[in-house]
Structures are given as structure tokens and as C-alpha cells.
Design a protein around this ligand. Structure first.
Ligand SMILES: C[S@@+](CC[C@H](N)C(=O)[O-])C[C@H]1O[C@@H](n2cnc3c(N)ncnc32)[C@H](O)[C@@H]1O
Length: 233
């Protein structure tokens, strides 16, 4: 038995897409109401798509906290291909999921592109710490580090997918000090999106300097949060 098989269990969420369950934390990688629906709603539609509409010309630089199953990365690869928009993504992950387990996830078959399985394999099997071309318009740099230890560049990213485990399970990644570090790494007018809509998070993000919007959440979740970095920071 691999260590992944001991620490993670494959589950099927309500929209038919898989996710992973972490018995030690009693936590799932995605909403039980639908992994694919959640990722698509929170990160792609409310984050990436929103930024892209307001910045129609540019290459988009995405930072993800928690590569996990690679679902957000795969959806971003698909979005970039469909929209013909170049995206450069960096994903910070401390405890990677093995390909042995990830290859059992049903995400490629849920994506309407014949290339999805190849992209998903590349997302997981490409080397760490370098930009990998997943397709002509989409590159992925995987950083194997704890976010707390990783130095982020300043004024670099346009969209942040903040996809750490819930604050109740992993409070250290939601500390103001960490959130501020992420804020500094964003360019002005850039957006921070997360599935979490806790009052404390909103207060912290506001105090750090974001303009905050509380927006409808994915199916089964009432709200989510988007922060935008204003001009004068
Ligand atoms: C909610 S899951 C991410 C789901 C992922 N975005 C996806 O599409 O499957 C949270 C991820 O954060 C990772 N993680 C946990 N602690 C971390 C840390 N200190 N720094 C960076 N990543 C961490 C976990 O290993 C897990 O993959």
C-alpha cells in the first residue's frame, strides 16, 4: 500500500466527479456537492473568467495555493484552449498526490476535449520547479513547498486560486500574515478567489487592502469571496 492510499480515499461527489477524502483531517479536497461544479464556479468563472473579461488583451498569470488533484489546473488548461488566451500558472503544493492515485480520478472524461487526458497526465507528471508547456497556450510551474516557507514574487500574479483546506482544518494557511504575502504577490486590479466566505476571512482580507465582494457560491454553498487589489496598494 502506498502512503497516498493510506492518507487519501477516492470519493464521488454529487455531480458525479471524483474528489479525495483525508481521514486524518475529516476533510475533502472539494465540496461534496460537486467537485467539478465547485472548481468551475469559484475559480474559473468567478476568478479567471472575470479577470479575463476586464483585461481582454493580456497573458494571465495565475497562482494556485494547493495543486491537489490537479482539477483546477486541468480546468484552466481547458479554459485557455477554448478561449485562446495564454495562461501561465504556478501552483504551490506541499503534499503532492501520486499519479497512481490521480490517474484514477475521472476529470479528463468530464472535460469535452480529446486532449484532456494528455493534459492531465502532463499536469501530474511534468517536473517540479520549472515552467512546463501543457499545451501551446498553457504552462504550469509546480512548486513543491509549504506556502508558509515559499517566497512569492511581488506584483506578479493576476488571479489567485486560494484553495487551501478549510480554516477550521488548516488555520495556519488563513493567517493574516500568509494572506498578506499573497496580496503583495498580486498586481493591481488582480483578483483573489476562494470558496470560503467566513466573516473573519472577509475582515482580514479587507484589513489587508482588498476590495471584497461576497458572491453566490457553487451549488450547495451559499457564498464565496472575491477580493480585488485596488489601485493605491
Ligand atoms: C483543498 S485541497 C486543493 C484542491 C486542488 N486545488 C484541486 O484542484 O484538487 C488543499 C491542498 O493544499 C495542500 N496543502 C496542505 N498544506 C499546504 C501547505 N502548507 N502549503 C501548500 N499546500 C498545502 C494539500 O496537500 C492539498 O493538496
Amino acid at each position: 500500500m502506498t502512503s497516498d492510499e493510506q492518507r487519501l480515499r477516492l470519493i464521488t461527489t454529487e455531480d458525479g466527479s471524483h474528489s479525495l477524502y483525508v481521514p486524518d483531517l475529516n476533510e475533502t479536497y472539494h465540496s461534496f456537492h460537486g467537485a467539478l461544479q465547485e472548481s468551475d464556479h469559484v475559480f474559473i468563472k468567478t476568478g479567471l473568467d472575470h479577470f479575463a473579461r476586464n483585461h481582454p488583451q493580456d497573458m494571465i498569470n495565475v497562482l494556485e495555493i494547493g495543486l491537489g488533484t490537479g482539477l483546477n489546473a486541468l480546468l484552466t488548461a481547458y479554459w485557455s484552449h477554448e478561449r485562446k488566451r495564454p495562461v501561465r500558472m504556478t501552483s504551490v503544493e506541499a503534499f503532492p498526490v501520486s499519479w497512481q492515485l490521480a490517474s484514477q480520478l475521472n476529470y479528463p472524461e468530464k472535460i469535452p476535449s480529446p486532449d484532456a487526458a494528455e493534459w492531465f497526465g502532463e499536469i501530474h507528471n511534468s517536473p517540479w520547479e520549472k515552467d512546463n508547456s501543457i499545451h501551446k497556450l498553457f504552462s504550469l510551474k509546480k512548486v513543491r513547498a509549504r506556502l508558509q516557507d515559499h517566497k512569492l514574487p511581488a506584483n506578479e500574479y493576476n488571479v489567485v486560486f486560494f484553495d487551501a483546506f478549510a480554516p477550521s482544518k488548516q488555520s495556519e494557511l488563513w493567517e493574516p500574515e500568509i494572506l498578506r504575502k499573497v496580496f503583495v504577490s498580486l498586481m493591481t486590479h488582480s483578483v483573489f478567489v476562494t470558496y470560503c466566505a467566513k466573516g473573519q476571512l472577509k475582515r482580514d482580507l479587507k484589513a489587508i487592502g482588498y476590495d471584497i465582494e461576497t458572491l453566490p457560491g457553487p451549488p450547495g454553498k451559499k457564498e464565496m469571496v472575491r477580493g480585488t487589489k485596488p489601485d493605491d496598494n
